[in-house]
Design a protein around this ligand. Sequence first.
Ligand code: PFF
Length: 471
Amino acid sequence: MTEKRKSIHGSWSGRLAFILAATGSAVGLGNIWKFPYIAGENGGGAFVLVYLLCIAVIGIPIMMAEVLLGRRGRQSPINTMRTLAQEAGANPLWRWLGGAGVLAGFLILSYYSVIAGWALAYVYRSAAGTFTGATAEGIASIFRQLTGDPERLLAWHTLFMVMTMIVVARGVRSGIEKAVRFLVPALFVLLIMLDGYALAGGAFDQGLRFLFTPDFSKITANGVLIAMGHAFFTLSLGMGAIMVYGSYLPERTSIAKTSIIISLLDTLVAMLAGMAIFPIVFVNGLEPGAGPGLIFQTLPIAFGHMPGGVLFGTLFFVLLVFAAWTSAISLIEPAVAWLVENRRVSRVYAAVYAGVATWGFGLLTILSFNIWAEFKPLSFISIFKDYTVFDLLDYLTANIMLPLGGLLIAVFSVWIMKRDDSLQELDMGDGPGYRLWYALVRYVTPVAVLIVFLNVTGLLDFVGLFGLAEE
Ligand code: PFF
């Protein structure tokens, strides 16, 4: 038996703290902002079904793999992969899997923070009563004013990045642990209230039908890739965030049980958000495929007309900011942990270096919503013809980098690492549970990810790929 390693960054106080921190990482803008709008853009039910399937057969097993690698390596993902590759007698290049994760986290956070900035701006607008009595058109114009103004976006993005750097600089244990204990339950309560509003407001069944009646004629191969990519994104998988959180996990905690709990909570939040948003969309004659502005153009209508809307609206956006915050921290943590380990800088400097670089890169996203709104760099590729720089960044990270990262994590944990090692780390005995996990990660995940990739690229025949897209 190998001697147990210790993390130099400390550890969670226990199982609940890990569940809350990992749930804090998983539950974020992905659930409340992104899931509804991509489900809307990709036709609803069939997309949701593919997404749920991906969570169950790919997401949960990969989450277990990431936690087990993290807990075994007990370092930042780059060094964890290096150590575990050494231990397994594998190629040292595996550490670049950790490196790719750091890059993915950097790219994701650069745009994530801009969207979190919108949520911050909406806290302020709600509290000021801006939405009270406003029409759908009025609210759409408030949204356009915000996103059309790069300076305002920059200010909110800056504030959010500073908030993120502060928590990361102080170390995650006391800050995040305490915050999530209250915030995660509060978010659930508010979402359920919003569902109550949607239920009473009419069109609830139309919303449910849209979300849960699969119509496979509405989904494309690219839609399947987006659903799979989102399963990775929403569970924070494929880039080392859950791996680094796993590296702070106490020895005896069950990895399987905690991974299932985290995934269920995450899925529940997404479903509650979808069920609150689509009825409001339909009652107000809005477009489900409205894109990234969807929740910012729908929920304020509800807040503007419900009793106590100023209070609940403000609370909701505050919670959305918190949900984004606890995810942002996990996006930057792999880079910060690595800087501390390898560059011998303090956490404070590490957080500032990584944070400032991410902040600067965020300008690309800010400009995508205004000055560069018509700039479509890959318009010669048909599926990307309408994609702005922000859309491309999101597509590249969520739909390509995370699934590829997840695929390699899967390959490493069952094809490279010794079976005895994963058996020991998962600590659930060599029974049906372990065997199911092993088979899913060994065959199902890699094959599923590859099939989805090949399907999408197969659809893009040479002419479609490089020919001029139709206007
Ligand atoms: N899971 C987060 C969300 O759904 O908003 C986003 C995210 C966090 C993605 C951390 C990836 C990650 F490593």
